[in-house]
Design a protein around this ligand. Structure first.
Ligand code: ADE
Length: 236
């Protein structure tokens, strides 16, 4: 999979060189390209923002450098059609389902906005372009970050760990909270490892029983209890 990220803070994306995603990059599973938006702004100060039409606080990111950057990334020699992903608090909610869908795509391009966001015509334009595979504006949740970079890191990690071969044990993906399957819409329950007694706390007896049926049903009960307590909105 190819991943391109455009940002005015390219160093913000350096964590993608670490850990699980870093290994996927090193191993050639991910072809990662980080671009500085300012290199597509040609005035002396490499300006990427301007005042909003209609007035109001803050600054809006200009469509001009964005168009140049995105056209340059998906240029004439491009193989395939990229999906343009724009993290924004006004987007649709990012979910495990979107992560699964994008883990099967060949090419994702992330546009990280700052300030009051990117001029809407950028989204409109690339949604109409037949050489792009669509535009998705996504929000991580009901809070406002200072920019799209931290959100792009989150989305990329959620997507990359689902690519076959990236996680050592693919069964752990199937057990995830929000994964499709038997426990769909339930949060994962508590987990334990050695030692069997830590401080004055021991592990639940059933996990030592070796009885797989009882363990599975205990885990399902725990998942339901946790979902009811932490996410009543998910509980039916
Ligand atoms: N950019 C700023 N806030 C965001 C959020 N909540 N989700 C995604 N991108 C954002």
């Amino acid at each position: 999979m190819r991943i391109d990220i455009v940002s005015i803070f390219p160093d913000y994306l350096e964590p993608l060189r670490l850990s699980l995603v870093g290994k996927a990059v090193e191993g050639g599973v991910i072809d990662l390209h980080v671009h500085d938006l300012r290199s597509f702004a040609h005035d002396r100060h490499h300006t990427v923002d301007d005042t909003p039409y209609g007035g109001g606080p803050g600054m809006v990111m200009s469509p001009t450098p964005w168009g140049e950057a995105l056209d340059c990334i998906a240029g004439a020699d491009a193989a395939g059609r990229p999906v343009l992903i724009i993290p924004t608090p006004s987007g649709e909610r990012f979910t495990q389902q979107a992560a699964q869908q994008w883990s099967r795509d060949d090419w994702l391009v992330f546009a990280c906005g700052r300030y009051e966001g990117i001029d809407t015509r950028v989204m409109e334009h690339y949604a109409r372009r037949s050489d792009w595979a669509g535009v998705r504006e996504v929000s991580l949740g009901d809070y406002v970050l200072a920019g799209g970079e931290a959100a792009a890191l989150v989305v990329i990690e959620a997507v990359v760990r689902l690519i076959p071969g990236v996680l050592g044990n693919s069964a752990s993906v199937e057990d995830d909270s929000f994964a499709p399957g038997a426990m769909e819409q339930l949060l994962e329950g508590p987990v334990y490892t050695k030692p069997p007694v830590w401080r004055d706390l021991s592990i639940p007896e059933v996990l030592l029983s070796g009885h797989h049926g009882k363990i599975a049903s205990w885990r399902a009960d725990q998942a339901r209890a946790r979902t009811k307590a932490h996410r009543p909105d998910l509980f039916r």
